[in-house]
Design a protein around this ligand. Structure first.
Ligand code: HEC
Length: 136
């Protein structure tokens, strides 16, 4: 009884409604395909070869830095990509030496639009984060 009533309702659906349903389906599929272009599968800590300290730094990065800095892709978010941040002698944006001391200071005190994390991160956490940044 219940199912035959459903069939009746479904059959009575106006062509306009069916079109809307089709449009929704196509829209969803397009969205799924497009998001696939951009989203990379997240690698595990083991796949990245991170030691425990670097893995802890990665957690901090996810929490505090990822929304503004891409770790593995070259594209910029609110800040530059940090891919290869320690691979060059100088930081590309600020021109400061790319070493633990300078980058650590920047994390603690911030710079222009980059917020300071001195209030939220301990010295140990900054060390862990730096260890992870060296792997990028
Ligand atoms: C709200 C966005 C935002 C967040 C969150 C953020 N940053 Fe930044 N970051 C920026 C911006 C903007 C700059 C450029 C600052 C400037 O004008 O020199 C920057 C600059 C930097 C630089 C220097 C880049 C260069 O080439 O000079 C480093 C290193 C850096 N950020 C690391 C981090 C780390 C590590 C974290 C997480 C603890 C973090 N940032 C969180 C926005 C952000």
């Amino acid at each position: 009884m219940q199912s035959s009533r459903f069939t009746l309702c479904y059959r009575r659906g106006s062509p306009l409604r069916n079109h809307a349903r089709l449009a929704l389906l196509v829209g969803t599929m397009v969205l799924l395909v497009c998001s696939g272009c951009d989203v990379q599968r997240r690698k595990s800590d083991a796949e990245l070869g991170l030691n425990p300290q670097q893995a802890a730094g990665r957690r901090l990065y996810d929490q505090y830095c990822d929304r503004c800095h891409e770790p593995y892709l070259a594209r910029a978010k609110k800040g530059r990509s940090l891919h290869g941040v320690f691979k060059k002698q100088f930081l590309s944006q600020s021109g400061m030496p790319a070493n633990d001391q300078r980058v650590g200071e920047m994390i603690l005190t911030g710079r222009n639009m980059m917020p300071a994390f001195g209030q939220v991160m301990s010295q140990q956490q900054v060390q862990d984060l730096l260890a992870y940044l060296h792997t990028l």
